[in-house]
Ligand binder design. Structure first.
Ligand code: NAD
Length: 462
């Protein structure tokens, strides 16, 4: 039988098509955003860790700090407008300390031990890809602080923005990404989810490409991070008490307490949330506070009105979280000037204003008979969060005892709480304060693991 060229070609084509159909895989499903970002982050991290030495990493981070600086005002305004919380000038101050005082690659040291058998080196090494869950209270400052710390440690990051602060978070990450790209850092080293939901955050936390979780926020997110089964930084809530005893410089204590508790309208987790004053100096302390930006609500009916306004089903009313004292007071019928930064209310220990982390400029003052009672109250009101506490005192025994017994991560003596995050204090800045998991105010070392290298039989020089 004669086979025509045309028929032969047709036959070959049919067989080839059949073979391809039988052997090829079905078309892959489009990858979800979490997978795409974490895959890119994983590749970028390998390059960042293996191909960029300390000097190169330092240069990238120095440029990043410089590139962020001109955007501080713009980012602060975006965060302030989007979240409708806090104070613009304080949001600016937070970003400046995050840029200037977050430690970088210079933070690392090597631990070397030598003995008869040789040399042991211990160094810090990155975890890999970090899922960083951000709060609404410091959306941009957390991005800046976490980025510098985490990439200094050789890690890559995928940020999960807070649903109430998506635009400002994404803008901050965009600026970070642009700077890193210009420095030649690998693409995908830092990114943020565009589709923000609780499901996406949980998918990110449990994704196999993610090696560590950093969760900054309330109890829900810390619990979710700890349940993920991965190494986690849990930076949870606080309810910091400030104790004022009879030896304190009361004029200074009043100014410091107002400065710390009204900063960004009390959104800071470290901020003074209740004053416990020894009875014999409580009136004088109040007088100083009233002269320095506090307004006292004394009428019991008005206090009740304030409570109903600001607490819904026992939890702080989101409409008033981080709002100015002036705005809150106006709602209960008081017209005050913009110089008023704090609403002072005398309460007992069990009052919700003292018990709840209100995150608004309402500061309860509770009287204690003496320092012993004040300390006992402070411990109960801190609820075991081990977060932050302050004291104003000149009695060294009281200061030392409170520092020891509170067991808080941050403890400030004779200054505003802000000193502990580097605002008016000498310490480095941290906007992720690992309370629940114990790493403390985070630094580049918090996002690294310890590795030991043993060289047996040599390199001892004596
Ligand atoms: P939040 O708990 O509402 O949100 C934090 C983040 O966690 C958000 O991105 C949110 O979407 C996510 N989230 C919440 N529950 C989750 C869950 N179950 N699973 C997955 N993701 C979840 O916090 P906020 O209101 O934005 O911030 C205020 C709280 O954060 C306060 O309690 C404050 O004390 C605390 N905080 C702590 C620190 C610290 O360093 N320790 C710093 C800032 C804020």
């Amino acid at each position: 039988m004669e086979v025509k060229d045309q028929d032969l070609a047709k036959l070959v084509k049919t067989i080839a098509e059949k073979l391809i159909a039988e052997t090829s895989e079905p078309a892959p499903a489009p990858k979800d955003e979490v997978t795409v970002l974490t895959e890119k982050a994983k590749k970028a991290q390998e390059i960042w860790h293996s191909q960029f030495n300390i000097a190169q990493k330092s240069a990238v981070i120095a440029k990043l700090r410089a590139d962020l600086r001109p955007h501080v005002e713009e980012l602060a305004e975006m965060a302030w407008k989007e979240t409708k919380m806090g104070r613009l000038e304080d949001k600016i101050a937070k970003k400046i300390v995050a840029i200037e005082k977050t430690p970088g690659p210079e933070w690392f040291t090597t631990k070397a031990t030598s003995g008869d058998n040789g040399l042991v080196l211990e160094e810090l090494s990155p975890f890999g890809v970090i899922a960083s869950i951000c709060p609404s209270t410091n959306p941009v400052a957390s991005i800046i602080n976490n980025t510098i710390c985490m990439i200094s440690g050789g890690n890559a990051i995928v940020f999960a923005p807070h649903p109430g602060a998506v635009k400002c978070t994404q803008k901050a990450v965009e600026i970070v990404m642009k700077s890193l790209k210009e420095s030649g850092a690998p693409d995908g080293l830092v990114s943020a989810l565009q589709n923000v939901s609780l499901d996406a955050m949980n998918a990110l936390m449990t994704h196999p490409n993610v090696n560590m979780i950093s969760a900054t926020g309330g109890p829900g997110v810390v619990k979710a991070a700890l349940q993920s089964g991965k190494p986690a930084i849990g930076a949870g809530p606080g309810n910091p008490p400030v104790v004022v005893d009879e030896t304190a410089d009361l004029a200074k204590a009043a100014v410091d307490i107002i400065k710390g508790s009204s900063f960004d309208n009390n959104l800071q987790c470290i901020a003074e949330k209740e004053i416990i004053a020894v009875n014999c100096i409580a009136d004088e302390l109040k007088e100083h506070m009233l002269k320095n930006g506090a307004f006292e609500v004394k009428d019991p009916a008005k206090i009740e009105e304030l409570l109903k306004l600001t607490l819904v089903k026992g939890k702080p009313n989101r409409d008033f979280v981080g709002r100015n004292a002036q705005v809150i007071l106006e709602k209960i019928g008081y017209k005050v000037g913009a110089n008023i930064r704090i609403i002072l209310v005398e309460t007992d220990e069990m009052h919700p204003f003292a018990q709840e982390e209100m995150l608004m400029p309402i500061l309860p003052l509770i009287r204690a008979a003496d320092f012993n009672e004040a300390l006992a109250m402070a411990k109960r009101l801190e609820h075991g969060f081990r977060h932050s506490a302050c004291i104003h005192s000149k009695n060294v025994d009281n200061m030392s005892r409170m520092a020891r017994e509170m067991q808080t991560t941050m403890f400030v003596k004779n200054s505003a709480s802000l000193a502990s995050i580097g605002v008016g204090g000498d310490c480095p800045t941290a906007f992720t304060i690992a309370t629940a998991t114990g790493q403390g105010p985070t630094t580049p070392a918090s996002f690294c693991r310890v590795r030991r290298c043993v060289l047996h039989g040599s390199f001892r020089i004596i």
